[in-house]
Design a protein around this ligand. Structure first.
Ligand code: AMP
Length: 396
């Protein structure tokens, strides 16, 4: 299989699917350009190899065709500043305007196409639309991990037009190397920490992880469904009554597979869901009426940290408390710090899924862990063990 490092880009036009779905404020200023910066190495690699670059992306969720609010024109200048070369812009991602602009492109030049999702064919995975896009390049590079779980025209369907000229970009390569290291060949002990509000949204991941991990730490709101299923009194804590049987089944499977599953003991309970609430430390099996568990207590933080710190591979998805409220962020912070300490001792740690990424950034520890995934939904589906269309399109 060709890779971005082995491919000869000389005089080639590389059509790169990037993820420039960046947040913009009401003045159309980019408030977080992380995704744009992430794509720079791939773009620079093509340019340095003597090729030209055609960039395609989506931005936001336009409903009915073109809408100025979602135009990629708003990010053109910032991209040019980041790259240090001018960036041309095509008013449409397909058709005459795009084809003429792509045809005129010389080695070393960069063209940005208008939002792919201005055409409903993109999300439908329309083959004719993918064919129109394919006309704009000699080689297709997929560097948008965030949309790898979608079988859209530009992320997957387009692959058939480039049977021998399809590559992962560096963002994709980095994500896949990191996730595969954790999910396929983890050094042991392997510990996964799963948090978040609901067990229902994490079932498939938990089931897949039970086949792979040595330790499974569960935290956050989902724990109360387990505690109640075990006969606990959880007060007003969040609970999915219809998932209690499933929770008991997860505990049974963990036992059968020899997985050390930790639910924690004491939690911080509050009499309201707010920073001003009164709090007390209680056993999660015995939360008083009118109180709800919103974070793990210091004793549970220590219990989790002891396991995390001696692990060699760590996966963290989902906060173990309501970290958005400072009063209930201590548990997630303790987890993040334990992961950072383990990483310093040589463990490989992968943080992924929207809220845990926000949490690790909030604690200023993103550069103290091995890898912070940009994936979100794509990462979760990959961890669930699903085959992602954007990856299959290239790996086959
Ligand atoms: P998820 O999107 O399922 O990963 O859930 C993330 C959300 O779970 C965050 O917004 C947290 O505030 C929330 N969360 C974590 N712990 C709790 C808890 N004990 N009770 C209620 N919500 C929680």
């Amino acid at each position: 299989m060709q890779t971005i490092d082995s491919y000869n880009f000389e005089n080639k036009k590389a059509l790169i699917r990037v993820d420039f779905n960046v947040p913009l404020n009401d003045k159309f200023e980019i408030t977080d350009d992380t995704r744009m910066r992430a794509a720079l190495p791939t773009i620079r690699k093509v340019l340095a190899g003597g090729g030209a670059v055609v960039l395609m992306s989506h931005l936001g969720r336009p409903k009915n065709g073109p809408e100025d609010k979602y135009s990629l024109r708003h990010i053109r200048q910032h991209l040019a500043d980041l790259l240090g070369v001018p960036v041309k812009f095509a008013e449409d991602c397909v058709g005459e305007a795009a084809e003429e602009a792509a045809a005129a492109l010389k080695p070393g030049e960069v063209l940005l196409l208008e939002n792919l999702r201005f055409h409903k064919e993109e999300e439908k995975g329309d083959e004719a639309f993918a064919g129109q896009l394919a006309k704009l390049g000699d080689v297709w590079i997929n560097d948008a991990f965030g949309t790898a779980h979608r079988a859209h025209a530009s992320t997957a369907v387009i692959a058939k037009f480039f049977p021998d000229d399809k590559l992962f970009g560096y963002v994709m390569q980095g994500e896949l190397t990191s996730v595969d290291r954790v999910m396929r060949s983890p050094e042991r002990p392997f510990t996964a920490i799963m948090g978040g509000s609901k067990v229902s949204s994490k079932i498939d991941i938990i089931m897949n992880l039970l086949d792979k991990v040595d330790n499974l730490i569960l935290g956050g709101g989902m724990v109360y469904t387990f505690k109640k299923a075990l006969g606990g009194h959880i007060g007003n804590s969040i609970c999915e009554d219809d998932k209690m049987e499933l929770a008991l089944n997860i505990l049974k499977i963990a036992k059968e597979k020899g997985v050390n599953l930790l639910l924690g003991g004491e939690v911080v309970a509050a009499n309201a869901f707010s920073q001003e609430a009164d709090t007390q430390v209680v056993d999660a099996m015995n939360v008083p009426d009118g109180w709800q568990g919103l974070d793990i207590a210091p004793s549970t933080q220590e219990e989790f940290a002891r396991v995390i710190e001696v692990s060699k591979t760590i996966l963290w998805n989902g906060p173990v408390g309501v970290f958005e409220i400072p009063k209930f962020a201590e548990g997630s912070k303790a987890v993040a710090e334990a992961i950072a300490r383990a990483t310093a001792k040589g463990a490989f740690s992968l943080i992924g899924g929207g809220d845990s990424v926000a949490a690790i950034n909030q604690f200023g520890l993103a550069d103290k862990v091995s890898y912070v995934s940009t994936g979100g939904g794509a990462l979760l589906e990959y961890i669930e063990g699903k085959e992602l269309p954007g990856i299959k399109a290239i790996r086959g």
